[in-house]
Design a protein around this ligand. Structure first.
Ligand SMILES: *Cc1c(COP(=O)(O)O)cnc(C)c1O
Length: 354
């Protein structure tokens, strides 16, 4: 197979070893004479997969037993609704949101169904080209919600505020990519398909003690407490995506964990941003200090060279470089599994456009 240099924003590249082991498990899971696709989620072969997939997240994020890890359906988009259902008070519920992009504003839209939402900071008027920083979040709010990395606009929170309430973060597009004090957060969620596995499952990390305090009647599937009580097997979990996510996280753990991934990600991002900054043919959309290490949207300054550039990167075996429809231009996603060699191929193509 002639593997492409895959810069896709999601679903996206995963380690080659994960593709191979997943393919093997579809044919014969652990040598049991059955495919992983045809066994019960409650079988003695699958239960350890779910247990380990939950445990490895806590090891990698350095979280203690105050936290529980869930694997749920519905994408990160369902978390936009599950978060307010579980954390916003029934009476006079009020939450603070940071509006840093399309996903953040989608989260705001869902939360408004259940209570009052105060947008404490927004960069919408400037096309989400920076991360707002001058805001305070007091104890009058049930929780604060932010998005660590803005997949579409290419900005990333480098620091997180100290807030006087619960801290919730959508980390869909940079989970496991950099070291953070994850114990600062009460809820972390991430659609797997950006940096930890295939589409079809969403990881949710919840601090147990924050639950059960809203006075709400929560529909069963939306209730974190129920999923925790059932050890993430309230209903049939997305068996195969959970297994492939486990393989991805084992690959990460065996390759130096988040600390080493962060170094590789910084080197990849530096290589690309240095080229964009020094090559007059290209420019980014956002403020330098807020640039994402994961998603790099950029544009070509001389539109007459667009066709030449498009032909050149396609000929070089690059995939997934077209920008999101709301921003245009290009977007290079540099997720954990993308090798630096692929970034070098892109940079060489950029240098060749004169
Ligand atoms: C992709 C993405 C989502 C949406 O994820 P789904 O799993 O498709 O619902 C939400 N937030 C961020 C930051 C994303 O990158």
């Amino acid at each position: 197979m002639n593997k492409k240099h895959n810069f896709s924003a999601g679903p996206c590249i995963l380690p080659q070893e994960v593709f191979e082991k997943s393919a093997q498990a579809v044919l014969d899971f652990n040598g049991i004479g059955l495919s992983i696709l045809e066994i019960s989620h409650r079988s003695k072969d699958f239960v350890p997969v779910m247990d380990e997939a939950r445990a490895i997240v806590k090891r990698l994020l350095n979280l203690n037993d105050d936290y529980e890890v869930l694997y749920l359906g519905g994408g990160a988009s369902l978390q936009f609704l599950m978060v307010p259902f579980n954390l916003m008070k029934q009476e006079n519920g009020k939450a603070a949101y940071l509006d840093t992009g399309t996903w953040a504003s989608n989260a705001i839209k869902e939360a408004k169904r259940l209570g009052t939402v105060h947008v404490v900071g927004s960069s919408k008027a400037e096309n989400y080209s920076f991360i707002p920083k001058d805001y305070k979040v007091g104890s009058e709010y049930d929780y604060f919600h932010c998005t660590s990395n803005n997949t579409i606009y290419g900005t990333q929170m480098k620091t997180f505020p100290d807030v006087d309430t619960l801290m919730v973060c959508d980390m869909s597009s940079d989970i496991f990519s950099r070291q953070l004090d994850f114990s600062k957060f009460d809820v972390i969620y991430a659609g797997a398909q950006k940096n930890m596995g295939p589409a079809g499952v969403t990881m949710v990390v919840v601090k147990k003690e924050i639950l059960g305090k809203t006075g709400r009647d929560i529909p069963s599937y939306l209730d974190y407490s129920l999923h925790i009580a059932k050890e993430s097997m309230f209903n049939t979990p997305p068996v195969f995506p959970v297994y492939a996510s486990l393989l991805t996280l084992q690959h990460l753990e065996n390759n130096g964990g988040i600390a080493e991934a962060e170094k590789r990600n910084e080197a990849k991002a530096k290589l690309l941003y240095d080229e964009i900054d020094s090559n007059p043919m290209f420019e980014t959309f956002c403020k330098k200090e807020d640039r994402s290490l994961m998603n790099v949207p950029f544009k070509i300054t001389d539109e007459s060279k667009k066709e030449e550039f498009d032909n050149a990167w396609k000929a070089a075996g690059i995939n997934g470089l077209n920008g999101h429809r709301s921003l245009g231009g290009y977007r290079a996603s540099l997720y954990n599994a993308l090798p630096i060699e692929s970034v070098q191929v892109l940079v060489d193509v950029m240098k060749s456009i004169k």
